[in-house]
Ligand binder design. Structure first.
Ligand code: 0X9
Ligand code: ZN
Length: 841
């Protein structure tokens, strides 16, 4: 990330004094200085401290960023003060990065000792041109592509003059990330190393002769130039975005596993921005096209820094890739070589688990789309200098990486190129041999006639047996190995070349062999597992079987073979009384294995109800629940419920639930349980639905002291009981359909209602509220709708208004006061006016 604060007047004043550090470039931009910026390894014991650090700086250098560990960050002096204030503990890796940056850019030194220094884009192009000029017979300049800023992606192809039948290629590059300068330097070192030692070092001479080496030091030239001219800490390329930010991370832009938020970013300004589409970037697109066009590429290395890691696919998911054994074998040897050279420790593994999720990384695409052995090495160091590895370390760092690359190249470049052009054989169940073709191409040596062998064993352990391959003429051979009834067969192929080199496929047969899965285990499942049949009905037992070769079948009943029952399916037409019992299928394969299926138990059909539905007297509006149980239970038996003799649709379980009971729901219920030909009815249960309905409601009244008032209710239902309430409280002894108050006095002004219920099964109906107003209805009070003159609009008033409402009005006394709008009638408008006032603000 570019830190804007580092520009400005102070930085410009410095530029005048320190010419070297302020190279002006075409756009007039000057190199951003990092005076006083330091690199710290901060301890982040918890999420809060990690967030504190991440909020301070966007320039995070380290890989593992998780609470409980440490984080390497580049920070300004102000940010460092903030870290001090937050009380976080840290180690200072670089107190001031500016002098280190300058030391890496000093030109006189660069000219004196090429490999010991970092170089500009232009210097590397002349280095390539010099290599071509000095070794014209085996170095070619290769244009891998062109960038948005029209820079060429210059690299080389190095190979000796030999032309065997098959010459594998390798593609190694650096500089996918701009600031990882050591990777660029290592590629230059590799070019130099191959050229300088060709003809003297036999291993190098052989591999240069037999392999096409494609080496591209700077995959991301625009970003690389930017690190020299403007911002040493730049990572991405320099594509401009509409939001004013720059750069896409090429190593998040490849098409395999592209676009995941776990392992890349969709924010253009982010350091791991994935681009707007897979291969939207010219650099990643160019390399992918190059690989598509060169089908002999067998190994790929994408160099990065820093952390000292050897990484392989996958980066975008945690699964092991299908060739993880091979990746691990070669990866471990590379780690050993990296360590053996100068004692530096490198660790590694699949990217996702070894470091972190990487979505849209190069090695995933290269491996997934071409089966190429694709690695990424994170070069030196482990954080001390990070991206600013001092020039003194270029040679040792490159020596150890080149040692690993020599091994990777050796692994993919056998002198005889052995392949299975049709892949591994997939024998059909029961086959006793597997026959497949093998190709042996001269890749430096031709196979001596008779040395072509296949070594096999039937099983995962034990010694191998060798058989000669059958020559089909030219490069083609046929291999034939017994597979018999073994679950797996393992093999490797061998040939010895005319110069005496013995080659195997796989490359290291002591660590890895090829495996053919050749047998299906025997299995048999018979269905149904248990069944009930009527005597004289038909039964079919079906099976699912698997195993090697044609299978043999024998049915048994109660442990005895059934003569002639030797098909996979058993038909019993009909099941006779003697046919009830346990059936099983004995199945055998061509390998002599035998096993029995599960038992299928055939019972004579019977149904017994172990629980019967119960009659009841539920209240209307409530729910009713009927339940049955049978032996055998639901599953073996099917059910159908009936109501008054009519089947209820969908009622096919061992219960029946009738909701919101109405009068129509009363009547007889029963369930018919069926099994095969047998149908058995349950007991009949009667639902006697009880209803209480109020035909006439008590009505509100206006009365004078001394009057006699009667409230009454008319209800329908059986065995009715009555209970009168005054203002919600029961009035003792009032249990008839009428309530008489005689004589009325002021204390009787209240709201009355009656509750009507049945016994002994209680079903309840409650009447409407009726008000009794005493001596208050003769005047209409000032508040409209206030019938009793207490200035409130409450239940008492409401009941009167309701009672005055048509059709009873206006004859009822007091109703004239309920005519709120004065139209001469108590109607819906008065009712609305009353309730609006009641609920209004
Ligand atoms: O995150 C990356 O791109 C690499 N680390 S770096 O610090 N150099 O940026 C790791 C890339 C691993 N390679 C792939 N899985 N493609
Ligand atoms: Zn990188």
């Amino acid at each position: 990330m570019q830190t804007k604060a580092a520009f400005g007047p102070v930085a410009h004043a410095f530029c005048a004094a320190i010419v070297v550090a302020c190279v002006s470039i075409a756009f007039g931009q000057q190199r951003q200085r990092f005076d006083g910026n330091s690199v710290l390894r901060v301890s982040v014991p918890d999420e809060a401290s990690l967030q504190t650090v991440l909020k301070l700086t966007e320039d995070v250098w380290s890989h593992h960023v998780a609470p409980g560990g440490t984080i390497d960050v580049r920070i300004t002096p102000e940010q460092r003060r903030a870290i001090d204030q937050a009380g976080l503990s840290y180690e200072v890796f670089i107190p001031d990065i500016e002098p280190l940056i300058e030391a890496q850019m000093v030109p006189p030194l660069r000219e004196a000792d090429f490999s010991g220094n970092y170089h500009t884009y232009a210097e590397i192009e002349s280095f390539i041109d010099d290599a071509v000029a000095n070794y014209p017979t085996f170095v070619q300049k290769v244009e891998f592509g062109e960038t948005l800023q029209n820079r060429k992606m210059w690299g080389v192809r190095i190979t000796g003059p030999t032309s065997p039948a098959f010459k594998p290629a390798v593609l190694y590059h650096g500089g996918q990330h701009a600031r990882e300068w050591i990777t660029v330097a290592t590629c230059c070192y590799l070019i130099d190393h191959l050229l300088a030692n060709y003809g003297t070092d036999p291993e190098i001479t052989d591999l240069v002769d037999r392999v096409q080496w494609y080496i591209l030091p700077i995959m991301n030239p625009d970003g690389y130039v930017y690190t020299w001219d403007v911002n040493r800490m730049w990572r991405k390329n320099r594509v401009p975005h509409s939001d004013g930010t720059y750069g896409t991370d090429n190593n998040r832009n490849w098409a395999e596993g592209w676009g995941l938020d776990n392992g890349s970013s969709g924010e253009p300004g982010a350091d791991t921005y994935r681009g707007w589409a897979p291969f939207s970037e010219k650099e990643s697109f160019a390399i992918s096209r190059f690989i598509n066009n060169h089908d002999n590429i067998r190994a790929y290395m994408d160099l990065h820094s820093y952390s000292q890691l050897v990484l392989w696919p996958w980066g975008y998911k945690s699964d092991l890739n299908p060739d993880n054994d091979t990746f691990n074998l070669v990866g471990q040897t590379m780690m050993n070589r990296l360590h053996a050279t100068h004692g530096q420790t490198y660790v590694g593994g699949p990217t996702y688990t070894a470091i972190y999720p990487v979505s849209g990384g190069s090695i995933d695409w290269v491996y997934a789309n071409h089966g190429i052995l694709a690695y990424s090495i994170e070069e030196r160091d482990r954080g001390q200098y990070g991206f600013l590895l001092p020039p003194e370390q270029i040679v040792p760092a490159s020596e150890e990486v080149v040692s690993a690359l020599m091994y990777l190249t050796w692994w993919v470049a056998p002198q005889i190129y052995i392949a299975l052009p049709d892949g591994l054989p997939t024998p059909a169940p029961g086959d006793d041999t597997a026959t497949f073709s093998v190709r042996m191409q001269d890749s430096g040596e031709t196979a001596q006639p008779g040395s072509e062998l296949i070594h096999y064993r039937t099983g995962p352990t034990g010694p191998f047996t060798a058989e000669p391959l059958t020559s089909l003429g030219g490069e083609m051979y046929e291999a034939s190995i017994p597979i018999g009834c073994q679950p797996l067969t393992q093999f490797y192929v061998e040939a010895t070349g005319d110069a005496g080199t013995t080659i195997t496929l796989p490359r290291d047969f002591t660590a890895q062999v090829l495996t053919i899965e050749n047998d299906q285990p025997l299995s048999a499942v018979a269905t149904p597992a248990e069944t009930w049949k009527c005597a004289d009905s038909d039964l079919t037992i079906t099976t699912t079987t698997a195993g090697s070769g044609p299978l043999t079948y024998q049915w048994q009943k109660d442990g005895q073979d059934i003569p002639g029952a030797t098909d996979a399916v058993l038909n019993l037409h009909p099941v006779t009384a003697s046919g009830f019992g346990a059936y099983a299928l004995l199945v055998g394969d061509t390998c002599g294995n035998q096993l029995a299926s599960n038992d299928v138990v055939v019972h004579e059909a019977t149904v017994t109800f172990t629980e019967q539905p119960q009659s009841s007297r539920p209240c209307s509006g409530k729910n009713a629940w009927l339940e049955i149980a049978t032996d055998p239970p639901e599953g073996a038996v099917t059910y159908q419920w009936y109501h008054n003799g009519v089947p209820i649709s969908g009622a096919t379980h061992d219960y029946l639930y009738v909701t919101d009971l109405g009068e129509d729901d009363g009547g007889d219920y029963y369930c018919i349980a069926s099994i095969d030909c047998l149908h058995v009815s349950s007991d009949v249960a009667t639902l006697d639905v009880q209803t209480v309905s109020l035909v006439e409601q008590p009505l509100s009244r206006c009365a004078s002291t001394g009057d006699a008032v009667t409230f009454s209710v008319v209800a329908e239902g059986e065995n009715l009981n009555y209970q009168w309430r005054k203002n919600g409280t029961a009035i003792p002894g009032e249990s008839s359909p009428t309530l008489t108050i005689n004589p009325v006095d002021a204390g009787d002004q209240a709201v009355y209602r009656v509750v009507v219920f049945t016994l002994p099964d209680v079903c309840v109906a409650s009447s409407a509220d009726a008000s009794l107003l005493v001596d208050t209805c003769t005047t209409c009070w000032s508040r409209p709708g206030d019938m009793d003159g207490d200035s409130d609009l409450d239940l008492l008033d409401y009941a009167v208004i309701q009672a005055c409402f048509a059709p009873q009005q206006p004859t009822r006394s007091g109703c004239e006061c309920a005519d709120i709008d004065g139209t001469g009638a108590v109607d819906a408008i008065d009712y609305e006016l009353f309730t609006a006032d009641l609920t209004g603000p």
